[in-house]
Every structure is written in structure tokens, then in C-alpha cells.
Design a protein around this ligand. Structure first.
Ligand code: ARG
Length: 471
């Protein structure tokens, strides 16, 4: 019988309990489960930034000498260059990015390197680094969302009067315009930015100086490091400073919502590019062919954007589960925050780039959209509204008359404007030829001038407003 990790044969050479690939014994297993350098090296810039601020503060309050600070500065700068150039000797035995950099610093500058960790712990160091990383990520993602919003706004303005079917239940409901539809996503994305902005504002406190958990007896200046690192203030409670990751949960939650929005749009692209819809076409830049079916053009980019929300919201749920029930303060469990955060940030960045690309690439088929907009008796509501306005019918009665007219049109195989006046008068004798003025899709969309409504004049105005806001 084989164990989950290795076969019983290897047990004699390796560890008695585990064997298998961990033949070097329990310390190798410990190193493998403990090390985070494989992924937290992504935070090297943040780690160096934090250490520079910490060293400057240590010198400022007299804990280290000016010479030590200068040596630390130079050493960290050189290490940054090593990492960037790919020559840094990353070591799994040194566990994480913090110890890798610190060990290398001491290797390079000696004594002074060993003083850097005064009045600091890896607990506040990692809390700082991941906060800085998330904050940087928010700024990058925010810029990308803004770019997507600009792309959508440009296309919306261009297609302010391009009629298309509006759906509820994915059934034809009322005619709308492509511009209005695209601006709906601009609104959603605007709230996504606002959520990320709230998250950023709330998380913008520095945990550095919380030390291991209880603060320190050294006369450190936490306000100084907070300001140097662009924070509004230091965190107020050292236990909270090292124990809390709710900023990361909030970040992942905002990303999950944004990814959900992207997923809805991606699904629409998948539908719209399907030949049965034929609403828009994507170029080769965002589609792939099939290895066996030569006629195919698959919307892979849209499908992957549709899917990315799975891993992004998975990261949120993962971290929620890691943090649930975790006693104060730091627990190594929290090392499990990073991969989900990194993956979610990278995934949303890719999804945003692909979506912006598709928005700029897509070619709407105006004639097909126009045809589809008129199908399914989509101006039935306009007819009912006309009966209310012109004939003073109560809306419920107008709804019934319209229903009978739709049934009649359906039976004759025509759309609503295809019924003759006589046919309409059979259902309601007071109907006059003025009714035909409201039955076209163009008239329908043009009439919807209520604030936030679908009328092309509204769409143009909104697009202009957004353009100004996004400039
Ligand atoms: N690699 C660790 C993490 O990501 C750093 C903090 C380790 N602190 C400790 N006391 N072991 O959480």
C-alpha cells in the first residue's frame, strides 16, 4: 500500500514516517511547508522600501549611526539591482523575502546589516510589505479600470444611436442603444474604482513599528516611517497592526465584484459574437480558430475573462477561510494570504487588459442590431404608452389591448408596425394612424429621454460627462 506522499519502499532511505520525495527527513518537509520565498519575492521592492524608511528612522532617533544608515542604504540599493538583474542568490533555507534580503545585506555590508532589524519584527515587516504591495496593486488596477472605462465611453459615444435589443430574462424586451448598453458597464466600473478607492483610503495606515505584536521599548518614531512610506498615519494598535488582513479581504472583495462585472460583459461578447446573434465581430486579435473546424472563430479571450472571476473570488473565499477563527495576533497561517492576493491582482489585470482590447477591437453590425432590435414586438411598450397618452386608456387596459395586438401580429406573422390600421381598430376602434409614429425602434429609443434613459441624446450627454470625468 502506498502512502499519499511516497511508496513504502523509500521509507528505509528517508524519513521513517514520510519517505518519498522528502528523503532528507523532517527538516526538508519543514523547509518546504515553511518557505514562502517562492512567491513572496514579488514583494522585494516593498521590502526594500520599508527597510529604507525604517533605517532612516532608526538613525533619526539615534538608534543607529549615520554611517550605518548610509551603509544600509547602499547595500539595499545594490540588492535591488541584483534582484532586478537576476543575480540575487535566493535561498529557500532563508524562508522568505525578508530574511533573504537581510542575510544578503549583512553579507554585503557586515555589522550594520545586523542592526537593521532593531525595533522591528518580521510580523510588522510582512504586514507592511503586503500592505504596500496591495496599495501599489490598487493604483495599477485603478488606472486599468479607468482605461477600460475610456474605451467603453468612446465606443458608447460612437454608437449612441445604434439601436439594439434590450433584454430582460435574455428575452427581447425594449429597443435600446449599444451606447447606452456600454455606458451601463462604465457605471459599474466607476463603482469598482470607488470601492478600490475606499479600500485604499481605509488601509492607508502603517503597521511598521508594531514590532512582534506589542510594540517596542526603543524610542522609534512610527509617524515618521508612516509619512515616509506615504501612509496617512500609523495603525493605532500594535496587536491589530500585525494580526489584521481585512484590507486584503476588502481588496479581494472589490476585485471579485469587478471581475463579476467583467464576466457579465464577457458573456455578452460570447453571445453577441455567436452567429445566431451576430451583433458584433471580433478580429483575429481576440479570437482563435479551431484545429479541426476551419469555419470557427472562437471568442477565447472573452471566455477566459468570463472565467477569471472563479479564481479571483476563490482567493477571497480562501483568505476569508484562512482568517476565520485565527486567534490574535500573527499566525503563520497568514503567510497563505499572498498567493491568492498576487494571483487575483494578476488575473484582474489581464482580464481588464483583454476586455479593453476587445472593446476597442469589436465591430458592431448595425444592420443586424437594427433588425434584432425590432424583433420580438419590442415596441409593444411604446404602443401601450401611446394608448395611455393619446386615448387616455388606463395603463392596465392599454396593456391588454397591446397584448391582443401582439397576438394578432404574431398570428399573421408580422411585427407590430406590420399590422394595418384596420386590424388595429378591430381591437380598439379609437386607434388612429398617429400610432405608427411610435412603433419604430428609432422612435422608441428617441422617446426615452427620462434621466438615465436610453435616448441617443442622453447617451451622448452621458458619454461627454464620463469623458470629462475620466480625462
Ligand atoms: N513569511 C512570513 C509571512 O509571510 C513572514 C512573517 C514570519 N513571522 C514569523 N514570526 N514567523 O507571514
Amino acid at each position: 500500500m502506498s502512502s499519499p506522499i511516497g511508496s513504502s519502499h523509500s521509507q528505509s532511505q528517508g524519513n521513517q514516517q514520510w519517505g518519498g520525495r522528502y528523503s532528507a527527513g523532517p527538516s526538508a518537509i519543514m523547509e518546504a511547508i515553511n518557505a514562502s520565498i517562492g512567491f513572496d519575492r514579488k514583494m522585494w521592492r516593498q521590502d526594500i522600501r520599508g527597510s529604507l524608511a525604517h533605517a532612516a528612522m532608526l538613525r533619526h532617533v539615534g538608534i543607529i549611526s549615520a554611517d550605518d544608515e548610509a551603509a544600509i542604504q547602499e547595500g539595499l540599493k545594490a540588492i535591488g539591482e541584483e534582484i532586478e538583474g537576476g543575480s540575487f542568490p535566493f535561498s529557500e533555507a532563508l524562508e522568505d523575502i525578508h530574511m533573504n534580503i537581510e542575510a544578503r545585506l549583512t553579507e554585503r555590508i557586515g555589522e550594520a546589516g545586523k542592526r537593521l532589524h532593531t525595533a522591528r519584527s518580521r510580523n510588522d515587516q510582512v504586514a507592511l510589505d503586503i500592505r504596500l504591495w496591495v496599495r501599489d496593486a490598487i493604483d495599477g488596477i485603478d488606472g486599468q479600470i479607468a482605461d477600460l472605462m475610456r474605451a467603453l465611453t468612446d465606443r458608447a459615444d460612437e454608437h449612441a444611436a445604434t439601436v439594439m435589443p434590450g433584454f430582460t430574462h435574455l428575452q427581447p424586451a425594449q429597443p435600446t442603444t449599444l451606447g447606452h448598453h456600454l455606458l451601463a458597464y462604465v457605471e459599474m466600473l466607476g463603482r469598482d474604482r470607488s470601492r478600490l478607492g475606499d479600500c485604499r483610503a481605509r488601509m492607508n495606515e502603517s503597521p511598521l513599528g508594531s514590532a512582534a505584536l506589542c510594540g517596542t521599548g526603543f524610542p522609534i518614531d512610527r509617524h515618521m516611517t508612516a509619512v515616509a512610506l506615504g501612509f496617512d498615519r500609523p495603525t493605532r494598535n500594535s496587536l491589530d497592526g500585525v494580526a489584521s488582513r481585512d484590507f486584503a479581504l476588502e481588496f479581494l472583495s472589490a476585485l471579485s465584484i469587478c471581475a463579476t462585472h467583467l464576466s457579465r460583459f464577457a458573456e455578452e461578447i460570447v453571445l453577441w459574437t455567436n452567429p445566431y446573434f451576430g451583433f458584433v465581430a471580433l478580429s483575429d486579435a481576440y479570437t482563435t480558430g479551431s484545429s479541426i473546424m476551419p469555419q470557427k472563430r472562437n471568442p477565447d479571450a472573452a471566455e477566459l475573462v468570463r472565467a477569471k472571476v472563479g479564481r479571483i473570488s476563490g482567493s477571497l473565499l480562501g483568505l476569508l477561510t484562512v482568517m476565520k477563527g485565527l486567534p490574535l495576533t500573527y499566525g503563520k497561517d497568514m503567510q497563505e494570504d499572498k498567493e491568492g492576493i498576487f494571483d487575483a491582482a494578476e488575473s484582474i489585470a489581464l482580464a481588464l487588459a483583454a476586455t479593453a482590447g476587445m472593446v476597442r477591437d469589436m465591430k458592431p453590425d448595425g444592420a443586424r442590431l437594427r433588425e434584432a432590435a425590432g424583433a420580438g414586438f419590442s415596441t409593444a411598450t411604446d404602443l401601450a404608452d401611446w394608448l395611455v397618452r393619446e386615448l387616455r386608456l388606463p395603463f392596465r387596459d392599454a396593456h391588454h389591448v397591446t397584448g391582443r395586438l401582439v397576438a394578432k401580429a404574431e398570428a399573421r406573422g408580422v411585427d407590430l408596425p406590420g399590422l394595418s390600421l384596420e386590424e388595429m381598430q378591430e381591437e380598439e376602434p379609437r386607434i388612429h394612424s398617429g400610432v405608427f409614429g411610435v412603433l419604430s425602434v428609432e422612435a422608441s429609443v428617441a422617446s426615452r429621454t427620462s434621466y438615465g434613459g436610453t435616448a441617443p441624446v442622453n447617451v451622448r450627454r452621458m458619454a461627454a460627462e464620463w469623458r470629462e470625468r475620466l480625462a
